[in-house]
Design a protein around this ligand. Sequence first.
Ligand SMILES: [Zn+2]
Ligand SMILES: [Zn+2]
Length: 372
Amino acid sequence: MATTKRDYYEVLGVGRSASEDAIRKAYRKLAFQFHPDRNREPGAAERFKEAQEAYETLADGDKRALYDRYGHLASERGFSNGGGFAGFGIEDIFESFFGAAAGTGRRGRVQRGADLRTDVTLTLEEAVFGAEKEISYPKHEVCGHCTGRGIEPGSEPVVCPRCNGTGELRRAQQSIFGQMVNVSMCDRCRGEGTLVQDPCRECRGQGSVRATKTLRVNIPAGIDDNSQIRLSNEGEPGPRGGPPGHLYLVIHVQSHRYFRRQGNDLLVELPINIAQAALGDELEIESLDGPVQVKVAPGTQSGRMVRVRGKGVPYLREQGRGDLQIRLKVSTPTDLTPTQRELLEKLAETFDGVGPHEDKGLFEKFKDAIIG
Ligand SMILES: [Zn+2]
Ligand SMILES: [Zn+2]
């Protein structure tokens, strides 16, 4: 409400005839005193906002003149053109004093380009050991013909005739309080203040063209399925020369015929025959990085795990690797030759009916349980 608002001159602590310089100095002092980055006391943020608002009006000759005439009423009826200082950090305040003048309207506002994502498919070997991959993805690139300005080289933008280059439209209205001025963004130039009469022929005035970007990317060893890699500044270019967005690579790891990943371990199944299981054996298998010796202990049961240390997946953020876990699977022969059958029959005669004695205890308990 207009009545609860403090007078802008009072907020800045300057007289009504204060010079532009005095207003700037007063605001600067308050901004440093109450900026939320520096001052966390209750009420500081409000004081900062109040000073911002007062400065925004009093630093602008036109706005100040209106304020002098109509007070807060003037600013409440218009002036909200999307500009101002809201959300600016302390560096931006510096910039507005020592760099370019603080703009109102859309001119000079910096916007970041959009982020992009693309999928990358890896084999398990590539995910385990890392790889250099070439990726191609569609993105907009700054138009080379007009260097992103959107204007055909040789021509220059012209001052918008509708707003005379101010980017805003002012309409005087009669109200019970007297004459009011309503300020809105110019609809012809959309607040730019200029019009492009000869847009770039290559990009049709967009300032960017669609292209296929190709990058070589180093995929770190140990990366897992569904993880993301961020490539800074490889996204869409920022509008009006703003910083580009990022590119996110989403990693997909294909399943392997033999090896399966579980955390940082690799799992593999190794079939052995009944003779190897009973008598024990020493085997060599091919792991993802070279041959590995596997010792099968005599009397191995199906499902027994053998662990080979340090032959798994490298840790992404630290030294070392997980393990290779080999699951021994005893396969029962199905197509016996007559000789094998004879030998097995002979072998069977030597057993006392139940099977390997290790299981006998369990079988007896089971039988007892049934018979009661
Ligand atoms: Zn162009
Ligand atoms: Zn205009």
